[in-house]
Design a protein around this ligand. Structure first.
Ligand SMILES: Nc1ncnc2c1ncn2[C@@H]1O[C@H](COP(=O)(O)OP(=O)(O)OP(=O)(O)O)[C@@H](O)[C@H]1O
Length: 430
């Protein structure tokens, strides 16, 4: 079987030294916003980059020193074009969070006295991104010119893709539109007593400033706090899954970054979705194949899985479905054995929350490895998946993690309470 997307083309000394995944990841973290985002893009695109790099960049740390509050204040003034004390009663100068692109401050609105958070784009970020990305684009063009072989891997196309997705992230009007569309979907589907996303205050939001309702809650991985808020954590998970799966088909875009920092159990018992900076869009054709893929995943029907994956990964070649199915089965059965052992160990110590969490982390790594194996084997049959597939799978891995923690005996793809496909024919909302 031929291997695809490996780092074999990179000389061994380089793989161990300057270009080693670990070194490169740390270097990217030090080089700032563009490279941190580039690292995150690599982590989310196993269909385009070697597995060791995808794995390493999953640890890419997006925390940056806070920008002094005086600078944040100037941006707010410039953007809102009004004295700040006419809009906000109070702004906490100590940020809640500071990442490479944005900084978040707690505040209170003047008019309604509502608690809000203000997400502010850090100064000079767009210029830095554009300059860095133009430079990277130029280097890619030169490399393709010098080594036409590289053109096959469509380096320039990848950089273009990265540029588009990064520039979307620095326009908070897009994030506001995504958030409002999601909230409309929640209301239209009658989920509003079970879930919510923050309300956007348009009168104090611009391209660089997003003022939204402040939510109070705990991440879906904080089992102890969740138990103190709701009697049945399993139901919280079922809600989160139904809302998210429903949005895949009924919403223009889906939340494509449901890590525990962005998915909360709120104090009122609802599930809160925050941070709509990264969203995905899925074509009806990919979704139809994805449905078959998920069903086959649940029933371990490897022939159906092979056909669904072939449908999703554009290729002109005829695929030997039987042999592809056997390769898939091999990957899954070796993983299943490891997982079973892990679960037995965790179950034996289930009163120990730390042991269960540690186990979940192990599972997450294994599930990532499973996905990378899946991509590797599929590519060896000439399949090339759309990025949406990777984005979707990544979210499923997060949900798999929550399931192991909140409802260890539940099978999220087979549970009758979870509607993965029932909204299939619902018209998309904008
Ligand atoms: N509506 C909100 N209510 C309460 N806290 C919020 C809200 N929005 C953001 N935060 C806080 O600010 C942090 C960062 O916000 P957000 O996730 O939108 O930014 P980010 O830079 O995209 O971060 P990340 O990459 O970690 O997801 C969140 O983890 C959360 O603690």
């Amino acid at each position: 079987m031929q291997t695809a997307n490996t780092s074999e083309g990179i000389p061994a000394q380089m793989r161990l030294g300057l270009l080693s995944p670990l070194y490169l990841r740390r270097l990217f973290e030090r080089m700032g916003a563009t490279y941190i985002k580039l690292g995150q893009f690599i982590a989310s695109a196993p269909t385009s980059f070697p597995a060791e790099y995808v794995e390493e960049f999953q640890n890419c740390f997006d925390r940056a020193p806070p920008v002094p509050y005086s600078e944040i204040e100037s941006i707010l003034r410039e953007e809102l074009q009004r004295p700040l004390d006419s809009v906000y009663e109070y702004i906490d100068p100590v940020p809640i969070a500071s990442a490479s692109i944005a900084q978040v401050h707690g505040a209170r609105l003047k008019s309604s006295q509502k608690d809000v958070v203000i997400k502010v784009l850090k100064p000079g970020i767009e210029d830095t991104l554009v300059a860095d990305l133009n430079f990277i684009y130029l280097v890619a063009r030169v490399l393709e010119f010098l080594s036409p072989e590289l053109e096959r891997t469509s380096l320039v196309a990848i950089i273009k893709d990265i540029k588009e997705s990064m520039l979307e992230e620095v326009d908070f009007r897009k994030e506001a539109v995504n958030m409002e569309a999601f909230q409309r979907y929640i209301e239209a589907m009658g989920f509003d007593r079970q879930a919510k996303s923050p309300f956007v205050y348009q009168h104090c939001s611009t391209k660089r400033v997003l003022t939204m309702e402040r939510l109070y809650g705990v991440p879906l991985t904080d089992l102890d706090s969740i138990r103190s808020l709701v009697p049945d954590p399993e139901l919280t998970l079922v809600t989160a899954l139904n809302v998210w799966f429903g949005s895949l088909i009924s919403c223009e875009s889906f939340h494509a970054d449901v890590h525990a920092g962005n998915l909360w159990l709120l104090r009122d018992g609802r599930v809160g979705f925050i941070d709509f900076g990264i969203v995905g869009r899925i074509s009806p054709r990919t979704w139809a194949a994805m449905e078959i893929f998920l069903a086959s995943f649940a029933t371990e029907d490897y022939n159906a899985m092979a056909s669904a994956l072939s449908e999703m990964g554009a290729t002109g070649n005829d695929i030997d479905v039987d042999s592809f199915a056997k390769d898939l089965q091999n990957i899954f059965s070796s993983l299943q054995q490891e997982l079973d052992t892990e679960i037995i160990v965790a179950a034996a110590r289930s009163s120990d929350a730390a042991a269960v969490s540690a186990n979940v982390v192990v599972d997450e790594r294994q599930m990532n490895a499973l996905f990378l194996d899946l991509v590797r084997v599929s590519e060896s049959y000439g399949l090339k998946f759309p990025r949406e597939f990777a984005l979707l799978m990544k979210q499923l891995l997060y949900f798999d993690r929550y399931t192991r923690l909140l409802a260890p005996s539940m099978n999220m793809l087979r549970d009758e309470r979870i509607n993965i496909t029932s909204n299939k024919h619902t018209r998309r909302m904008n």
